[in-house]
Design a protein around this ligand. Structure first.
Ligand code: GLV
Length: 324
């Protein structure tokens, strides 16, 4: 019997491709870049399953192009690129890759927090340029981490992991979310507070909400105005949760002390002026880029699409209603 045909829109780690090839006829995009819209729509035609990326918009037009497809497995935990209601209406299963990147992403949030607070990139640059003239009492003074207040916006898997890692730094943890996370309250004594209180009291605000209509531009100039002038913002969630031009303006106006960002509103473009600010650390959407995390994502995406093409329930299905 012919193997099901699966398309992978960009090369993923071999762990996932090897698993896929055992059960499917696999074609991987030959380009080391996101596919253009046209390339994507052409490539997914006639496939039984697709492994797609957060840079692929999977919407009604894609479902039309991939007529007969048995599912799309997103190689990401975030799934704002997928039109879930439309897929459900068409009874097409979708999946993501939860859990395997929780710690890697929370670790990166910590890396950004420290790098911004302790001016790691800025001072490294001065040292590399040869312009450091030796130790000085007033050089590169940053913010204290130990004993500070950490505000977690979105206490799901990744936000809770970020909070849990604060214990060694004896931090006070505040959080806000659509619902209480009692396990987190028990584990680290985190306090559930209104958003405005979190903004006013936190020395570090770390963003972990998914991108949804309710969280788009959750942070605007007005939000930054409510934060401490000495506070730092960290975002490893999705860029459009912040109005990025407002963030640049807030940083220039001294409303907050600095920011550590891994995600951007118009990736791969950065808001004008962002890259020339000394008090931001900007990584290129690499929070899940560790060996075990990316291998785990590849294995999950493969396992999900294999289940889909076999007509079985995908382990990380986002719209299980399609199976009823
Ligand atoms: C990365 O941003 C992901 O959602 O996995």
């Amino acid at each position: 019997m012919a193997k099901p045909k699966v398309y992978v829109t960009r090369r993923i780690p071999d762990a996932g491709l090897d698993l896929l090839r055992k059960e499917c006829e696999v074609e991987v995009s030959p380009h080391d870049r996101p596919l253009t819209r046209r390339e994507f729509l052409d490539a997914i035609q006639g496939r039984d399953g697709v492994v797609c990326l957060l840079t692929d918009k999977v919407d009604a037009e894609a479902f039309e192009a991939a007529a007969g497809v048995k599912g799309f497995a997103n190689f990401a935990v975030g799934f704002d690129n997928l039109d879930v209601p439309e897929a459900t209406r068409r009874r097409i299963p979708l999946s993501n890759t939860p859990d395997v990147l929780t710690d890697a992403t929370a670790d990166m949030a910590w890396a950004l927090l420290f790098a911004a607070a302790r001016r790691v990139v800025e001072s490294d640059g001065v040292n590399r340029s040869g312009s450091w003239k030796g130790w000085g009492p007033l050089q590169f003074i940053g913010g204290d981490v130990t004993g500070a207040t950490l505000g977690i916006v979105g206490a799901g898997r990744i936000g809770a992991a970020m909070a849990a890692k604060s214990v060694g730094f004896r931090m006070k943890v505040l959080y806000t979310d659509a619902r209480r996370n009692e396990a987190l309250e028990k584990a680290v004594g985190a306090r559930f507070v209104p958003f405005e209180e979190l903004l006013a009291q936190s020395d570090f605000v770390s963003v972990h909400v998914p991108l949804m209509p309710e969280t788009r531009h959750l942070f605007t100039y007005d939000t930054f105005r409510k934060m401490k002038k000495t506070a730092y913002l960290v975002n490893t969630a999705r860029g459009p949760v912040l109005a990025e031009d407002d963030l640049v303006r807030a940083l220039k106006d001294g409303l907050i002390a600095g920011a550590g960002l891994d995600v951007y509103e118009r990736e791969p473009a950065l808001a004008e002026g962002l890259a020339s600010l000394p008090n931001v650390v900007i990584t290129p959407h690499t929070a899940s880029a560790t060996v075990s995390s990316r291998n785990g994502m590849a294995l999950k995406a493969a396992a999900n699409v294999i289940a889909m093409v076999k007509g079985q329930k995908a382990p990380d299905c986002l719209n299980p209603e399609v199976y009823t």
